[in-house]
Ligand binder design. Structure first.
Ligand SMILES: O=C(O)C(=O)Cc1ccccc1
Length: 320
């Protein structure tokens, strides 16, 4: 459970604790997911936007947490458009949204609903039913919405969609409705990023590296798929070359190439993971004439090389 401290930055912590940035201010779902995972083992900092959080990772900020996908509203495209290295894991948080107003206000007073665009999307049905005339205002985060409603004198006609935790952090707010998302079961998954692929992760029983998941970015260029002379490169060919069990594939436009070219984010999960970092005996590599089981990392590296041989490009964004 998140502690109701609005500013973790000011708390004395061991110098050895890594610094983690999350989408702030305190009270966001990102904050709760980070605290559930790392508790007191990191020093927390806030970023104002998802982009700020991503770009904060540096020699002095070792960790960051980015929302990746919500079970109702889908992927957080801003996160996918930023993703580079190093993804070190994923955490999932169950989410119940509240409609929050200045104390004493009722639904009839509300002309604007403020929240993160994800939360506005997840609560679309409630808004359409109960506040059909309200203007939807997308702000940087759910807790930023609560903060505006709490602190701005001209926010008497505003409601925020945010977590119940915000009631402990911002003064003079009250909940009008709880659990207002389209589906009662609602979860968001977050990626954990680090500034180095083998930075030891706090609160992690193993070294957090290479147990059987990875995210790989696959590039297919439209021109290559259409050149009559060369054999066409289709994403299915690249997936076949990759030869790893894909558990999800997300497509985003690739701004770097011609119109409508694509980039695919392929999350793979070892179908035969084991606890000793070695994959099952069905995967072997031969080094110096010695045949030994290949590790998950070795299999990923081999797969990436096969994609390149097939005329595509695969970049490893993270392994965990
Ligand atoms: O704004 C927040 O609280 C976030 O952490 C981003 C977000 C918004 C809605 C659902 C999940 C994550």
């Amino acid at each position: 459970m998140l502690r109701p401290s609005p500013n973790h930055d000011n708390e004395p912590k061991s110098q050895s604790h890594p610094v983690l940035t999350f989408l702030g201010p305190a009270g966001t779902y990102s904050h709760q997911a980070a605290y559930d995972r790392f508790a007191e083992a990191v020093h927390y900092r806030t970023g104002n936007t998802i982009s700020d959080v991503f770009h904060s990772v540096s020699p002095t900020v070792q960790l960051a947490l980015l929302p990746q996908e919500n079970s109702i509203f889908g992927v957080v495209t801003e996160t996918y458009d930023l993703l580079q290295k190093w993804i070190r894991g994923a955490v999932t948080l169950s989410i119940q949204h509240c409609l929050v107003v200045q104390r004493g206000k009722t639904l009839r007073d509300i002309k604007k609903v403020l929240s993160h665009e994800q939360a506005l999307g997840q609560c679309k049905q409630f808004i359409a039913t109960h506040l059909p005339a309200a203007r939807l205002v997308s702000v940087a985060s759910t807790a930023a919405a609560a903060q505006i409603v709490s602190t701005q004198s001209d926010a008497a006609d505003c409601a925020a969609i945010c977590s119940k935790v915000c009631l402990q952090l911002f003064a003079d707010l009250e909940i009008l409705h709880e659990g207002i998302q389209n589906e009662q079961q609602n979860s968001t998954r977050f990626y954990i990023l680090s500034n180095h692929p083998s930075l030891p992760l706090p609160n992690t029983p193993y070294d957090g590296h290479g147990k059987g998941n990875a995210l790989i970015r696959l590039g297919v260029h439209k021109s290559e798929t259409r050149t009559p002379q060369s054999s066409p490169v289709a994403v299915t060919d690249l997936l076949a070359a990759l030869g790893l069990p894909a558990v999800r594939i997300d497509r985003r436009p690739s701004a770097q190439h011609e119109l409508f070219s694509s980039v695919y984010f392929v999350e793979v999960a070892d179908d035969e993971r084991s606890d000793d970092f070695q994959s099952s005996s069905s995967h072997y590599s031969s080094k110096d004439g010695v045949i030994k089981p290949s590790s998950w990392k070795e299999r990923i590296v081999d797969s990436i090389a096969r994609v390149a041989e097939r005329g595509g490009r695969a970049d490893l964004l993270g392994i965990w």
